[in-house]
Design a protein around this ligand. Structure first.
Ligand code: ATP
Length: 356
């Protein structure tokens, strides 16, 4: 396993920048995810690491080795794509063995390596099966085995779960994570699915329009987003606009358009917020951090939407001038109806303040 350093890399396609000024270090053995909406530059960054694109500017290093202009087959990387790219009429073993044959390993060595990796991806008895006789999830595990059998320094996964249905996606996600942590291979994962990114990654890089927006652990990105784009992209959140009204010690007060004052903690602010009285501020409140009854930041409002998801009861509450999405867990006995009034509260620590 190797460390990957991306030094001030940009990739231009004609006049357009696919990726701009990307600077980051992925630690050896880390599970690192590129996350962002379609067109933000995730795949372009991955392709430069693989060697399919050369950067217009900047450097890429594997440990100390400069690989910026090295051919893909000289980089010792394993890759898995969205569409698996398996050979459908060949068997599982023939598919897995492909990279080893190219590298001219002996027959016995190939069989030993293929058997071992097949066990690791839980396909022990499937060696002679044809690819087109396997389920989507099994095919994806063959693709993973084929990428891993060459013992790559770096594993690159580009949206590997997007062709699977929801349940299989979750199962395969757990499998990939298990295999990755058993082998300890440095892994770079591309997805636009924030749940997947949160569940699997040691760290995440959120991208928008070719730029890095934020790099951090799933917890940092979820609880301390740098701006409204990240707050909105990572899970659901309520964003309420207001004006910074007062700061007293560690306490911060923000007044909304309807005159409601929210009180929170100054330290629960994005680093970009300047804390000037009179500034426009956005308050981010996660739906699951809103509770029934009175407490800090008590609000009353009218219910305009109700849904029961099994895990939670979700409401939309009209609080005059702003609405709140509310997610209540363990409150099935007292599900309220549209049109009813509701009293809710939000602890000081559950407010997060963002700049413009
Ligand atoms: P998706 O999730 O849809 O795959 P992405 O985040 O991976 O999106 P990229 O494929 O990296 O995004 O594309 C980043 C930008 O670069 C886009 O505007 C895209 O149109 C552009 N782009 C990517 N590859 C090329 C290319 N070969 N020629 C021209 N423009 C390209």
């Amino acid at each position: 396993m190797k460390r990957v350093t991306i030094e001030n890399v940009s990739k231009q396609f004609g006049q357009l920048y696919g990726v701009k000024d990307v600077d980051l270090e992925i630690k050896a053995g880390e599970f690192f995810t590129f996350l962002g909406p379609s067109g933000c530059g995730k795949t372009t960054t991955l392709r430069m690491i693989a060697g399919f694109y050369y950067p217009t500017k900047g450097k890429i290093l594997f440990d100390e080795q400069d690989v910026t202009r090295l051919q893909p087959n000289k980089r010792n990387i394993g890759m898995v794509f969205q569409n698996y790219a398996l050979f459908p009429h060949m068997t599982v073993d023939e598919n897995i063995a492909f990279g080893l044959q190219v590298r001219k390993f002996s027959k016995t060595e190939i069989q030993r390596k293929v058997d071992r990796i097949r066990r690791q991806v839980h396909l022990s008895n499937y060696g002679d099966r044809k690819i087109n006789e396997l389920s989507g999830g099994q095919q994806q595990r063959v693709a993973l085995a084929r990428a891993l059998v060459i013992e790559p320094d770096i594993l690159l996964l580009d949206e590997p779960l997007s062709n699977l249905d929801a349940k299989l996606r979750e199962e395969t996600r757990i499998e990939i994570k298990r295999i990755q942590s058993e082998l300890g291979v440095t892994t770079i994962y591309v997805t636009h699915d924030q749940m997947e990114a949160m569940a699997m990654s040691d760290r995440i890089m959120v991208m928008e329009n070719g730029y890095i927006k934020q790099i951090g652990t799933p917890q940092e990105i979820y609880h301390r987003p740098v701006d409204r784009f990240v707050a909105n992209f990572i899970g659901e959140t309520n964003l309420i606009e207001g004006i910074l009204e007062a700061i007293e010690g560690e306490e911060i007060q923000v007044k909304t358009a309807n005159g409601h004052i929210f009180t929170g903690r100054k330290q629960q602010s994005s680093p970009a917020l300047t804390h000037m009285i009179g500034d426009k501020v956005f308050i981010s409140i996660r739906p699951e951090s809103i509770h029934l009854g009175t407490g800090d930041n008590t609000l009353t409002g009218k219910i305009t939407f109700v849904e029961f998801t099994g895990i939670s009861v979700n409401y939309i509450v009209d609080c005059n001038a702003f609405s709140l999405k509310v997610m209540l867990i363990n409150s099935y006995d007292q599900i309220k109806k549209i049109g009813e009034d509701i009293t809710i509260h939000i602890t000081h620590d559950s407010l997060y303040f963002l700049g413009e």
